[in-house]
Design a protein around this ligand. Sequence first.
Ligand SMILES: Cc1cc2nc3c(=O)[nH]c(=O)nc-3n(C[C@H](O)[C@H](O)[C@H](O)COP(=O)(O)OP(=O)(O)OC[C@H]3O[C@@H](n4cnc5c(N)ncnc54)[C@H](O)[C@@H]3O)c2cc1C
Length: 388
Amino acid sequence: MDFSLLEEHRMLQETVRRFVKQELMPLEPLVLQRDTQGLTGEDLLPNDVEDRLHARAHEAGLGGLDVPEEFGGLNLGTLPKCLANEALHHTITPFTFPPDAPNLHMLMQTCTPEQREKYLLPYARGEQRSAIAISEPGAGSDPAGMQTTAVKKGDQWVINGRKIWISRAHVADFIIVMAVTDKGKGSRGGMTAFLVDKGTPGLVLQRQIPVIGSHAPWEVVFEDMTIPDSQVLGQLGHGFAPMQLRLTVRRLEIGSWCVGMAQRCLDMMVDYAKQRVTFGQRLADRQAIQWFIADSATDIHASRLMTYHGAWKFDNGEDVRQEASMLKVFATEMATRVADRAMQTHGGMGMSKELPLEFIYRRLRPMRIFEGPTEVHRWVIARSLLKD
Ligand SMILES: Cc1cc2nc3c(=O)[nH]c(=O)nc-3n(C[C@H](O)[C@H](O)[C@H](O)COP(=O)(O)OP(=O)(O)OC[C@H]3O[C@@H](n4cnc5c(N)ncnc54)[C@H](O)[C@@H]3O)c2cc1C
């Protein structure tokens, strides 16, 4: 067993760390200021700053990391993408190397040659943004219970229904919409994915919902939204499996986000403990704080290994659904514990919006809900172990 990273992976890690230090860290005061003003998501950075960052990332060759060469990417795989994500999440400045979400993996499995030209290639190049609409008011953890329907009329599909909590719906050039095409079959042959372009008549962005953290997802309604048959993504009735693949990749990525955020909290805790003196002694000399630090370092180490292992296994074509569930549970809870310890160590400053800790703590909270709540993942893990 060899735990060392390949040279090309280490070089990528170094490049991303440099990008974070030079480009993203200096923007943190601006992000904190805009967060305090109530701005969220994409608005945490002004458009011109975001454009500049994308240009710099492009210059540094930091796009399409996990995109296969045939689609114009670097073909490095999921492990390097996780390494890059870990380094990126050292900072609270929100930035993603394109493409913006693991929808790539769903598209790669399903696109027709025409869809490849229109959606996959521009998306892989970072020229288009995407969203995915699965959750509904009555079906979140259990997407098999979704009610949105797509009915074939001639060579068109008419979609009606309501989705909720859809991240980036307002900036997406296209949304992957999951809908029921055969009620009798449900998730086993009755659920289909559709590509829906921004501005399609009948696609209504109903309201943006402010939530804890830096997200503000959307409620989206489809009112007799009519799209041509060519917008079916993948095999009719079989949208569930590619959607699950996409969720699995995101769960691995969330592991790497959590490791990056927790590492930042630990670094801040270590620095502060060495400076801050109370009752004539440094915090670093107090066992209570030493244990915070030791437990956090141990937590991070375990999550990092779980992330790298899951990503490596995925890159080797193995089924990692179980590992991804374990990681999603462990890493999100781990980072919450570490952020909490860091805030406690900083005392009043830990509560303040002048330091990134409070921002990180809020950002972590919804991660125990989206891409499947913690309890559902625990249930899934146990169910597979307990089955006869
Ligand atoms: C910030 C944010 C962004 C999101 N982005 C997207 C997006 O882009 N696209 C999208 O489609 N969705 C998105 N979601 C939706 C998210 O995936 C769902 O909220 C999540 O799956 C939970 O569904 P629910 O809210 O309906 O909760 P429910 O399914 O009602 O569950 C409520 C709670 O019940 C418990 N529970 C449920 N089932 C079980 C079980 N089997 N065993 C034990 N306990 C259980 C859990 O504690 C769970 O938190 C987002 C959500 C948030 C908060």
